[in-house]
Design a protein around this ligand. Sequence first.
Ligand code: PEP
Ligand code: MN
Length: 341
Amino acid sequence: MIAILRNSAPDEAVDQLVSWIQSKGLQTDVSRGENKIVIGLVGDTTKIDPFLLESMDIVERVQRVSEPFKKANRKFHPADTVVDCGHGVKLGGGHFQVIAGPCSVEGENLLAIARRVHAAGATMLRGGAFKPRTSPYAYQGMGSEGLDLLIEASRELDMPIVTEIMDPRDVALFVDKGIDVMQIGARNAQNFPLLKEVGKTQVPVLLKRGMSGTIDELLMAAEYIMSEGNPNVILCERGIRTFETRTRNTFDLNAVPVLHYLSHLPVVADPSHATGYTRYVEPMALAACAAGADGLEIEVHDMPARAWSDGAQALTPDQFDHLMDRIRAIRAVIAQDGGRS
Ligand code: PEP
Ligand code: MN
């Protein structure tokens, strides 16, 4: 439920109304625009009589928000959220970033890959130190040592890192090490204890869509994080499971404009996991740019054939150079046209 207040509402009356709503056990999200003040009521809104609320002097209109996500909802946070990822890198609201690096951190080759993607124009470095693998016998990642390699690369190149967290018990480790962006992968998109735990920090979270997750489920996962107090959520479309078998997943590019319509959070697209094959990554990365993504996440490996995970979808650094040239070209065309509508 949202309450739109009269322009003339005095601060004191607004504060009183907020306290009254909070006394009913609800949280409030006050958004002050140039022309109006909007209060978002978060929680069990059945405790509030909308007619009573609307009858108050300072309230112009009360609107039920039918969507169950509130903090992620564009309805009462109309402006795009810009997430500060550290190292001077902002994402969302016109700030476009490319996150690139290997699927897994494997050792010293991370630095070589990082230098190449940085030189090509990537602004954020990715790499998994804790890997969610279908098989318990597959490579599980370097763990904390892998985080240290990412940090070393981040310091050398002055770029933020994005790395996956799988266990709520690791949040303190990620925070202590100063990880710039915590990724929650498709397999953990509904790991509610993990979502809540990262929500207790202020560290930006790159939240991937579950492989059979609906757009609403992705937004509700974001809501879990935000309702704990962390507003720094970046949504990521990474393909969903369908009946199609020619690609690893089906890239749901519809999700990009739909998420922008429903939510103010930035939207990143991952054509690597969405397609699963190197040859399809470039065309679908360009398509995601054209669809209005605020960023891309791309897997790059110095020797894809030897990668410990996801080699089939990795670009070589040379292929990534080429892709970055084309991304710049397509973004220039989009900018000429005025950007996202
Ligand atoms: C990854 O980014 O390497 C990864 C495991 O992604 P996803 O969770 O989208 O499968
Ligand atoms: Mn991967």
